[in-house]
Design a protein around this ligand. Structure first.
Ligand code: SAM
Length: 446
């Protein structure tokens, strides 16, 4: 049976050298070997943590090694990262264990002749740390300082510094390096939040309520196998972050209405809309990615909903929806910078060029889906990103071009009300609200 560190090495090898997605590579090594609880937790922590922290870890290798990280043999670099990550970020692992197991990894993975390099570099880290000096040297320039200290690319730091300033950006970076919480949304058509909370506590699983969110329960104590939690098969709940739950509350759909969800898959918000409507009315769930729509279909079946119709294709091209909807949700494809803790590789995969393309797509989707709304109807635009170009700027530009639309703040009793700015934007900031970062706004058509 391979050790947890060997499994982490295998997953990181697939991620760095073959371009695999982090969650896919991790899932593969866990499924192949099915390690026990503590080992599984260590592999998960190492893989997610190292992908997140790779800029900081490479800066340490640059400082402590004879060669820069980028010039090290690729597998050696992975092993050095595994060792340094444990020394720097995992307080429950003794330094000697971190060093010895990394030396072992080098020997077992064809790098016997370089195992001395691993030993020397990790011990040098330990020596400096023991003397009380931080082995991670930081430049004075604030962009690079935060980028290296918290392991983000400079462009993301720049973007946030412009929006939030230094102190807030630092808190945000720190938050995004923590493991994510798992929130559930209780299906009010099947059960109540109290019943679900009791079922969980009877099964020895702690859950807590989330302020302002009437259907949200947060799992206390991290990662678990979701399918085995009480009530999953019965459709009592859906995994959905609390901030994503705010979106359907802001839309405020009513029983009997026609609602179109323009970017619906895998259906977290579509199914919430159906639940809030008492499963009465018509919800068109559109998306252009078939595999994601299959997940939506599974969710509809598990939750036993009947009011949702699936529509496959590009939401910029559905003339049949012209002026038929009471409400439209545009949960737009976006850069995802509000969910960096959940998807550790986005910070390295996303680029300003890709965001410029997304921004054009968002504008086209907003312009087209707005034509679906009846007079007096509403459209909610939402993204899970913290980037004003995709948020305030996009919506303001739309309003400037369409004077028959205006921003409508949520009603004071809406769960979204506490997150609303004076301009009517709903902005969820992770370090303030302890949820994924989200932006949403409700627009009303005259
Ligand atoms: C943020 S995700 C939607 C998440 C979903 N609303 C939920 O709550 O589960 C954005 C979705 O937009 C879809 N998408 C991207 N471009 C599209 C287009 N032109 N037309 C329709 N769907 C599109 C993507 O396939 C993706 O599923």
């Amino acid at each position: 049976m391979p050790t947890p560190r060997q499994l982490a090495f295998d997953a990181l090898h697939a991620i760095y050298r073959r371009g695999a997605y982090t969650d896919v590579a991790l899932d593969r090594v866990l499924r192949q070997t099915n390690p026990s609880g503590a080992d599984r937790a260590l592999v998960t922590e190492l893989v997610y943590g190292i992908v997140r922290r790779q800029r900081s870890l490479d800066a340490l290798i640059d400082r402590l090694g004879k060669k820069k990280a980028s010039q090290q043999p690729p597998d050696l670099r992975i092993i050095l990262q595994i060792g340094l990550y444990q020394l720097r970020y995992l307080s429950h692992i003794p330094a000697s264990a971190a060093v010895d197991t990394s030396v072992e990894l080098a020997k077992k993975n064809g790098l016997k002749s370089l195992s001395g390099v691993v030993n020397g570099l990790l011990r040098q880290y330990e020596r400096l740390a023991a003397q009380g000096s931080d082995p991670l040297e930081l430049p004075t320039d604030p962009i690079q300082r935060l980028g290296i200290a918290y392991s983000f690319p400079d462009w993301i730091i720049q973007l946030w510094l412009a929006q939030f300033g230094v102190a807030e950006t630092e808190k945000l970076c720190e938050w995004f390096n923590r493991p994510p919480a798992i929130d559930l949304r209780v299906n009010i058509l099947k059960t109540t939040i109290d019943e679900v909370a009791t079922a969980f506590s009877d099964a020895g699983i702690a859950v807590s309520r989330v302020p302002y969110l009437p259907q949200a329960l947060r799992l206390v104590g991290g990662a678990r196998s979701i399918q085995q939690l009480p009530g999953f098969q019965e459709g009592w709940w859906t995994v959905q972050d609390s901030s994503a739950q705010l979106v359907a509350h802001l839309l405020d759909p009513q029983p009997g209405e026609v609602v179109i969800d323009a970017c619906a898959a895998p259906g977290g918000k579509t199914t919430h809309i159906a639940e809030l409507m008492g499963d009465r009315g018509t919800i068109w769930a559109c998306d252009r990615v078939l595999s994601r729509l299959r997940k939506l279909q599974e969710n509809i079946q598990r939750l036993q909903l009947h009011s949702i119709q699936i529509c496959t294709g590009d939401s910029r091209q559905f003339p049949q929806f012209r002026q038929i909807a009471d409400r439209v949700l545009l949960d737009a494809p976006c850069s995802g910078l509000g969910t960096l803790h959940r998807r550790p590789d986005i910070r390295w995969r996303q680029t300003p060029e890709k965001i410029a393309q997304l921004s054009r797509l968002q504008e086209e989707l907003l312009t087209q889906t707005a034509t679906w709304v009846k007079s007096g109807g509403t459209l909610v635009y939402a993204t899970c990103t913290l980037n004003s170009l995709e948020n305030e700027t996009a919506v303001q530009a739309f309003c400037d071009r369409h004077p028959d639309w205006q921003i409508q703040p949520p009603s004071p009793d809406s769960p979204a009300a506490p997150f609303t700015t004076s301009e009517g934007w709903i902005k969820v900031l992770p370090h303030l609200h302890q949820m994924d970062g989200f932006f949403m706004v409700k627009l009303k058509k005259k």
